[in-house]
Design a protein around this ligand. Structure first.
Ligand SMILES: O=C(O)CCC(=O)C(=O)O
Length: 281
């Protein structure tokens, strides 16, 4: 029994991507936003006490506060970007049934989170958060580029065209792996094989999900609106294939190894910090 309809599954397989509206409910998204906001608050208190920032911008919320804080110190960005946070609400988000049920449609009943999850505070006019065209496989170890995985890209704020939405090149996953070179902040795929393909924007609302095949080229551009675009992206695969990444993978759901499913947020955090890599055979 699938969670998605046959036409949604066909669209993902044919186009290499799929948007699911309202996939992650507020009861999962809002506690994560609160957890991130508390971290920002702690950093603001610390930097204020040290005299690094003059204004904690306490009156502003998740969508705008970081813009003013970042203007005073880049430390905010560097301390929250990427997979640095691993609080209980992050764990709840990455393992919620709404995401895992969809991942199971493509990957099967044994689901490994490959350890790569990213919180992206996308700031206006910020070159560090302009992500070049790439396939996720481009970032994996060379011998692991054929590991099939599904990425979920989920905005924690709306992500419209003028607010750093994602862009995809439909159907280009069918070309297989394409070489990547080094860009300034991120890898850059060789665009030559992609010249005849269309590039399309994918504007989304908070809590929607964009699913990406690991070979589907995608990117995000800069934006100038004076607001944040926050998002989380993460990836699921079968446990028996190597992930090709250095961060701690963890079993989220399994009929084959039910006793090894990670259910405790503290255990998740410990594995992350200690970079524990289990193998499943
Ligand atoms: O969030 C972004 O701007 C880029 C995300 C991305 O490239 C990815 O999830 O692989």
């Amino acid at each position: 029994m699938h969670t998605l309809s046959e036409s949604q599954i066909d669209q993902f397989n044919n186009e290499g991507y799929l948007v699911i509206n309202n996939l992650v409910p507020d009861r999962i998204v809002e506690p994560l936003i609160d957890e991130i906001s508390e971290t920002i608050d702690t950093i603001a208190e610390e930097l204020y006490a040290k005299g690094v920032i003059k204004d904690k911008i306490e009156g502003e919320g998740f969508e705008t506060r970081m813009v003013g804080l970042h203007a005073q110190s880049e430390e905010f960005y560097h301390r929250v970007f990427c997979g640095r946070l691993h609080g209980p609400k992050f764990f709840q988000f990455l393992t919620c049934n709404e995401i895992l049920n969809v991942a199971e449609d493509f990957v099967g009943p044994d689901l490994l989170n490959c350890g790569i999850y990213r919180l992206r505070p996308k700031l206006p006019d910020h070159a560090n958060t302009v992500v070049n065209w790439h396939q996720d496989a481009g970032y994996a170890r060379e011998d692991c580029r054929s590991t099939y995985s599904i990425a979920f890209w989920i905005p924690l704020t709306d992500a419209e065209l003028d607010r750093g939405c994602m862009w995809v090149i439909p159907k280009a996953h069918k070309l297989g792996y394409i070489n990547h070179g080094r860009g300034e902040h991120y890898l850059q795929i060789d665009m030559e094989p992609l010249n005849d393909f269309e590039q399309i924007p994918v504007p989304m609302k908070k809590g929607d999900a964009l699913l990406l095949h690991h070979l589907l080229p995608h990117s995000s551009r800069g934006h100038t609106r004076n607001v944040m675009r926050w998002s989380v992206d993460t990836r699921y695969q079968v446990p028996t294939m190597p992930t090709g990444f250095g961060e701690a993978p963890f079993l989220c759901r399994s009929t084959r190894w039910p006793d090894r499913v990670v259910t405790d947020p503290d255990d998740f955090a410990r594995r992350r910090v200690e970079r524990i890599h289990e193998t499943f055979e």
